[in-house]
Design a protein around this ligand. Structure first.
Ligand SMILES: *[C@@H]1O[C@H](CO)[C@@H](O)[C@H](O)[C@H]1NC(C)=O
Ligand SMILES: *[C@@H]1O[C@H](CO)[C@@H](O)[C@H](O)[C@H]1NC(C)=O
Ligand SMILES: *[C@@H]1O[C@H](CO)[C@@H](O)[C@H](O)[C@H]1NC(C)=O
Length: 322
């Protein structure tokens, strides 16, 4: 039982047990270590700066450096790209500092950590790509080419959310960001989580790369519905499928991250292009990061071709509507 007094004592004992270590890889990151209830927790520089078991592991920038980011997104600043000068490594790392203490890119050890960075960035890269069949460098080299939808066909204002997330006069909630955010209710939800007024200022997501990455990472680590796993939990193996999941062929791994994020637009329709594009980005990034695509695992965890959607839009499978 945690009474006020035992909390105080635990804090004092914890503070006495703090050790100062200098970063093992010769950088000047300082790691603070203490034990809470027998569990080792750490703080690691500004990048992982809340007491957390995850911060005892290497940070993302230990494993994934600026040259790797440049390799993955090598075409993003060519003149024909649509967000020249917008996206950079620093924004990615700064954004990740909110989520690393929660386990984003810091769970499971080096291999899992690199795979999660590759998986997250595969979603980002494929959703922001302007690569096409004959693009120089190949279609997978064009991630982070966009930071917004270029010719929105509508304002994406859903009036049924007018009490919780009312649309601002004149505001357009078209796709913006790293994993693009659409609709007033999604801008409202992510803005609330990040404490930024995105309902009144959806344009912030196309003006601030750090914020754009934060919004995408929030989506990655946050369940869409309370009873469901986040893409992060699905990917790192923290999600245990229920009987229903198993019947729906939903298994932990990359495939199910597409399922939770995009549902039947991407999954349960066989080997369709929208799914294959995301998978191809993942494999390509694993190779470029030096992990190797063979670490991606077998087809049934990589794909969601046969999975029923976690959140079907309709009761019947949507195979005829598009
Ligand atoms: C940290 O990394 C180790 C392997 O280096 C791994 O076993 C452990 O699970 C990781 N910690 C967390 C909290 O994921
Ligand atoms: C970008 O957004 C982040 C997060 O809200 C904020 O801390 C930062 O100051 C913003 N940068 C600029 C240039 O407005
Ligand atoms: C399992 O699926 C059935 C039918 O789709 C549904 O009625 C039930 O609520 C689900 N159970 C759980 C635990 O999600």
């Amino acid at each position: 039982m945690w009474t006020g007094r035992s909390v105080t004592i635990a804090l004092i004992v914890g503070l006495l047990a703090v050790n100062l270590l200098v970063g093992a890889n010769g950088d000047d990151t300082t790691t603070l270590v203490k034990k809470v209830k027998g569990k080792k927790v750490c703080i690691k520089g500004w990048e992982c700066n809340r007491w957390s078991v995850y911060c005892c592991n290497q940070t993302i920038s230990d494993l994934f450096q600026v040259y790797q980011f440049e390799n993955l997104f090598s075409k993003r600043n060519t003149p024909v790209a649509h967000a020249v000068g917008f996206w950079d490594y620093q924004s990615f790392i700064i954004a990740s500092a909110i989520y690393q203490p929660l386990g984003f890119g810091t769970t499971g050890g080096k291999l899992m950590q690199m795979k999660e960075v590759a998986a997250f960035l595969a979603h980002v890269g494929s959703k922001t790509s302007c690569g096409y069949g004959v693009a120089t460098g190949g279609p997978l080299a064009w991630g982070l080419c966009y930071n917004k939808e270029m010719s929105p066909s509508q304002a994406y204002c859903d009036d049924s959310y007018k009490f919780e997330f009312p649309c601002a006069p004149g505001a357009m909630y078209y796709g913006r960001g790293a994993i693009p955010v659409y609709w007033n209710y999604n801008y409202g939800a992510v803005g609330k989580a990040l404490n930024v007024d995105l309902l009144n200022h959806p344009e912030y997501l196309e003006q601030n790369a750090t914020l754009a990455f934060m919004a995408a990472m929030w989506r990655w680590v946050t369940p869409i519905k309370k009873s469901q796993p986040s893409a992060h939990e699905i990917f790192v193996g923290e999600w245990k499928p229920t009987k229903n999941d198993t019947l729906a062929k939903r298994v932990p791994g990359f495939g199910a991250t597409m399922n939770i994020l995009y549902g039947e637009m991407t999954c349960g329709q066989g080997d369709i292009d929208p799914m294959n594009t995301i998978v191809s980005h993942y494999l390509y990034y694993l190779d470029l990061m030096g992990v190797g695509r063979e670490e991606a695992g077998p087809h049934e965890v990589l794909s969601c071709a046969e999975q029923r959607a976690f959140n079907p839009a309709t009761a019947t499978p949507a195979t005829s509507s598009s």
